[in-house]
Design a protein. Structure first.
Length: 473
């Protein structure tokens, strides 16, 4: 029987018992994490570092708003590139035909017709931009129909102003060529200059109430502003229009501009996107739009915008949630990239939890089995020694040396507190086997000088015959 090969290896394993829990759950956990990472990569790619927005002419309000968005994007490590265009019509064209453009600011009521718009969705309504009809002082203009026979600046071709102006004028019977009516298609800047010079009799703009062009024309004594006395009718006839009031004195209290309440109609500036826009960018867009537009303006109350009221396309689900409930906990307290990582990981949390529950239940029993199996293997070794002592097999000195080594090394072993009972039982049983060894070693059979004296006395007695007590009997 060999008793010296096993103890060192078993003791080495027992010394590593503190790492058994990690060894038990670690591989399975590592597999789960690797699988999670692989699935995460394929399920949702990371957000892009750059996104392009179509924002109309470089001197327009859309472009100015996009520039303010870009600053917030840059603070979060994303570049927002601004693509200039003539206006909303060209913005739509870029959005639908240019694969690099996934975002645009457009004017309400300018959406093209056709199946291509099915790939668009609403992110937010940003602000209202009224329809302004300015005309030369002294002209009798009370309604759009009064512009018949005049030279009217209707905005640049491809702009939202041109599309809406042409539609509203047609609804009032005013068309280019009829009764010498002329439509002049020029940019906002050129149209303002022509109106002041008298090159045109009237000009129609779709601009924010905060536009410097509006404030400048209101201060010009040679220019007057038309009030839409049927603003509610326009709002009911055209779902993308709202009836708003420019209050007396709101532009300039000192000069009391305007000098009376002016009824206006106003489409909304809308932020729209294609379905290809990465979902992680939506919260960043909502945050930028809120920061820029929430304070309100001359015709919009603070806090009214951004919203999804009057959206012309199906709203993006994430945008709707953000506008309703605000940013998530992670978006509030973590950076954009950390929050987007967590948000993208949500779809994999359920399978991960389902995987971790059985792992958590399985790890403790496996851990207990690993610890106890090692202690039980020691018991197997002790049983072999005990059996050898019982049968008289094996070298007693070798057994003693093995037991002494086991006892010394067990003194240096560290095991979890929950398994100290089994450990101390093992040490007691090692001592028990050692005592049996000592008793076996102390037996005359195992001591040659005592065994020889005992044998000689027995032989002498046999040669001299039976004791006298036996003879007398």
């Amino acid at each position: 029987m060999s008793t010296t090969a096993e103890p060192p290896r078993l003791l080495t394993e027992l010394r590593e018992s503190r790492r058994d829990l990690f060894k038990t759950a670690g591989p399975a956990l590592l597999v789960a994490i690797v699988g999670f990472a692989i699935a995460f990569y394929f399920v949702e790619p990371p957000p892009p570092r750059e996104v392009v927005i179509a924002a109309g002419p470089a001197d327009g309000n859309y472009h100015a708003a996009a520039q303010r968005y870009a600053r917030l994007f840059a603070e979060n490590g994303v570049t927002l590139k601004i693509r200039s265009a003539a206006g909303s019509v060209e913005n739509y064209d870029l959005l639908l035909t240019d694969d690099s453009v996934h975002l645009a600011i457009v004017q309400g009521g300018t959406a093209p017709h056709g199946a291509a718009t099915d790939q668009l969705e609403a992110i937010a309504t940003l602000y209202l931009e009224p329809v302004w009809v300015f005309f030369r002082a002294g002209a009798a203009v009370g309604r759009l129909a009064d512009l018949q026979g005049m030279r009217v600046a209707v905005g640049e071709s491809g702009s939202g102003s041109f599309v809406l102006a042409e539609s509203l004028l047609a609804a009032n019977g005013v068309r280019a060529g009829r009764e010498q009516t002329v439509f002049v298609q020029e940019s906002v800047q050129n149209s303002v200059s022509m109106l002041r010079e008298g090159s045109v009799d009237a000009a129609i703009f779709v601009l924010s109430a905060d536009s410097p062009h509006v404030a400048g024309l209101l201060r010009d004594e040679s220019i007057e502003l038309m009030s839409f006395d049927r603003s509610r009718a326009y709002a009911q006839r055209y779902p993308f229009l709202e009836s708003v009031t420019l209050a007396e004195g709101v532009v300039d209290l000192e000069r009391n501009l305007p000098r009376h309440d002016v009824e206006l109609i106003a489409p909304a500036a809308n932020l729209i996107a294609t379905h290809e826009l990465h979902d992680a960018l939506i919260p960043l867009l909502i945050a930028a739009a809120t920061q820029v537009h929430e304070p309100g303006g001359l015709v919009t109350e603070a806090g009214e915008q951004p919203s999804l009221s009057g959206a012309e396309f199906p709203p993006n689900a994430i945008a709707r949630q953000q506008l309703k409930d605000g940013p998530s906990f992670f978006q509030q307290y973590l950076g954009f990239w950390a929050a987007s990582l967590i948000d993208r990981a949500k779809i994999l949390l359920l399978p991960l939890v389902l995987l971790m529950i059985p792992l958590a239940k399985m790890a403790p029993p496996v851990y207990r089995w690993r610890i106890r199996s090692r202690i039980y293997r020691w018991y197997g070794l002790l049983r072999g020694i005990d059996q050898a002592l019982h049968d008289g097999d094996g070298d007693l000195r070798e057994i003693r040396h093995t037991l002494d080594g086991i006892k010394r090394e067990l003194e240096d072993v560290s095991v979890p507190l929950s398994y100290m009972e089994e450990f101390y039982h093992l040490r007691l049983h090692v001592d028990l086997v050692k005592r049996q060894l000592e008793e076996r070693h102390a037996s005359p059979v195992n001591q040659p000088h005592l065994r020889d004296a005992t044998t000689a006395g027995r032989d002498a007695r046999s040669r001299s015959g039976p004791p006298e007590s036996d003879l007398s009997s």
